[in-house]
Ligand binder design. Structure first.
Ligand code: SF4
Length: 225
């Protein structure tokens, strides 16, 4: 944004702090592989030990919702993913999601699971993390979010160890998550061999989807890809 636009955004009541808006392939979740515009909001109240987007904790620029919509449209993709950081840490994210849905996009939201998802537009597919003990942030899980999930949503566990796997398996069973929505298990990239997690899931016939993060395989997690 130029300085005039940035000043206008800073003064606007519908502004959001944005780290980046970029076009890539969706690297995970049910929409994996689709060309997708990512809107990465700045800031996160969590500090997961494996976080790969710490560059979004601070900084960013103020954008109006109109400016975000215009930038998303410029990229010309059908799928839009609002991510972070923790996007819901900015209250105006709710309005951004609604505007993106109104504009006809297939919208997903990646959220840490630590903030109430109740006000999110029902047209949005919410991809809700459940933080395992290995993340060092499992005490932040907002369990009251789970009854709000629908078949349109997804739940994601990043597995850091065999202990995490057993814990996640227990949570899936206790909350009958597989009966509600897609449940995704991914290995923490440097902590669990993908083949080990795949073997555990198959051996247990667990009703979850194994996932590798495509963007890490393709681009080694370069920001903006
Ligand atoms: S919730 Fe996401 S952005 Fe925040 S620290 Fe954890 S992995 Fe990083």
């Amino acid at each position: 944004m130029n300085a005039i636009t940035a000043d206008a955004a800073a003064a606007s009541p519908d502004r959001l702090r944005i780290t980046e808006v970029f076009l890539s392939l969706q690297g995970e979740s049910r929409s994996i592989g689709w060309p997708t515009v990512f809107v990465r909001l700045t800031g996160c109240p969590l500090r997961c030990q494996y976080c790969d987007t710490a560059y979004a904790f601070h900084g960013g620029e103020w954008w109006t919702i109109d400016a975000i919509l215009a930038e998303v449209a410029r990229h010309g993709a059908r799928h839009v993913c609002v991510t972070g950081g923790e996007p819901l840490a900015q209250k105006r994210c709710i309005g951004l999601l609604e505007r993106l849905c109104d504009a006809g996009y297939e919208v997903s939201l990646e959220t840490s699971g630590a903030i109430d998802i109740g006000a999110v537009d029902a047209r949005v597919s919410r991809v809700l993390d459940i933080k395992t003990p290995g993340s060092a942030e499992s005490h932040r899980n907002l369990w009251s979010n789970l009854p709000l999930l629908t078949a349109h949503d997804q739940v994601k566990f990043v597995i850091c160890s065999r202990e995490d796997y057993e814990w996640a398996k227990g949570v899936v069973a206790e909350h009958r998550l597989a009966d509600t929505c897609d449940v995704l298990f991914s290995p923490s990239f440097t902590e669990v061999a993908p083949s080990a997690l795949a073997d555990w899931i198959v051996a247990d016939r667990l009703p979850v989807r194994f996932q590798l993060q495509l963007h890490k395989i393709l681009w080694n997690d370069e920001p903006g890809r």
